[in-house]
Design a protein around this ligand. Structure first.
Ligand SMILES: CCCCCCCCCCCCCCCC(=O)NCCO
Length: 333
């Protein structure tokens, strides 16, 4: 059952950090992470109080990080985070796989074509530990050779992104998909070459240059976890929802002449949302009501900040438009 946001919903912009993507990693992160040391320590404290896992669990995961995890690039980066945030490496590494192991349900992503043919992409990020995560979130603008390369919403201490845009090229948001069990996720992580679903966003922001290519790559790259990738681009029909299983696409949906918007929450679209968590239908009704004259601000005010899509677990809202490069983050705690 969704609980509404408690108290006045006064959003503020996320802090923005500019980074040269070719600078050494420690130089990229040090000026950012120094601002998040105290709220990060509070997040770890609250996380451990609510989920009291034994130290032996974390040290097992830490050993796996150093000796079994296939993506050592990220292990090295998490070691730098651990040093800069003065946080335990084993816990940090475990948190970087939290989505792949388990997560709740409550996110909304919407992509639509406005009356001028421009694609607008919005998302609410909902997650457990909403207040703590809000205080360690920020926007990162990566620059390459002096030019804006891509932008993402980021969490201090996390190597992954789940909302990002490469201006003029494509944008993506991730919603959690729950056709998984704890044990199969662990199996996939340990014994396959599948990539953590969240890590692909960063990889493709860095290496892919077109909407069509990134849609194909999201569809065909095996992931540890099932996931919804919501992708938008600069062209008239550039909006796709990918309902992805680990090794194949269950279904995908695209913008067409008739379909001017797509809404994704945390359920597959061929079955109605469960009665206790109907979030897609109210958002679809509001999209139909407001129509293609909606702007980014209208999407935020009239759809994304209305219950149940806006709820107690909504940490932030992001609005993006690849064609114009619009990228705006509002944090709610
Ligand atoms: C070192 C800090 C790591 C913090 C871990 C926090 C994990 C955040 C994972 C983001 C998940 C991606 C978006 C999914 C949104 C969604 O569908 N939410 C439903 C889950 O409540």
């Amino acid at each position: 059952i969704m609980i509404p946001h408690i108290g006045p919903a006064t959003g503020k912009p996320l802090p923005i950090y500019n980074v040269d993507i070719d600078a050494p990693l420690r130089d990229q992160w040090a000026p950012i992470l120094k601002d998040f040391k105290a709220p990060f320590a509070k997040f770890i404290h609250d996380f451990r109080a609510i989920l009291p896992l034994p130290d032996s669990f974390y040290s097992f995961v830490g050993k796996y990080a150093k000796h079994g995890f296939k993506f050592q690039r990220y292990v090295e980066e998490i070691e730098i985070f651990s040093e800069l945030l003065e946080a335990d490496f084993n816990i940090l590494f475990t948190l970087n796989l939290l989505y792949e192991i388990q997560s709740g349900k409550a996110c909304t992503s919407i992509v639509f074509r406005d009356e001028n043919g421009r694609i607008i992409h919005g998302r609410n990020w909902d997650f457990e530990f909403w207040s703590e995560l809000a205080h360690i979130s920020f926007q990162i603008n990566y620059h390459k050779n002096g030019q804006l390369f891509y932008q993402a919403q980021a969490i201090a201490g996390a190597v992954f992104f789940f909302t990002a845009q490469k201006p003029g090229k494509f944008a993506v948001s991730i919603n959690a998909r729950h056709t998984k069990t704890f044990l199969t996720n662990i199996y996939e992580l340990l014994f396959t070459n599948n990539v953590p679903a969240l890590y692909l966003v960063r990889e493709f922001m860095e290496t892919v240059d077109t909407y069509d290519e990134v849609v194909l790559k999201f569809k065909t790259t095996p992931t540890v976890d099932p996931v919804y990738y919501i992708v938008s681009g600069p062209g008239l029909y550039d909006g796709t929802i990918i309902e992805k299983d680990r090794d194949f696409v269950k279904q995908s949906f695209i913008l067409t002449d008739e379909t001017w918007f797509l809404v994704q929450t945390n359920y597959d679209r061929d079955i109605p949302d469960p009665k206790h968590d109907e979030r897609r239908t109210p958002a679809e009704q509001r999209m139909t009501q407001y129509g293609q004259s909606l702007t980014e601000q209208g999407l935020l005010d009239d759809v994304l900040s209305i219950f149940p899509n806006f709820n107690i677990a909504t940490i932030s809202s992001t609005l993006m438009s690849t064609q114009t490069g619009y990228f705006n983050n509002t944090v709610w705690y």
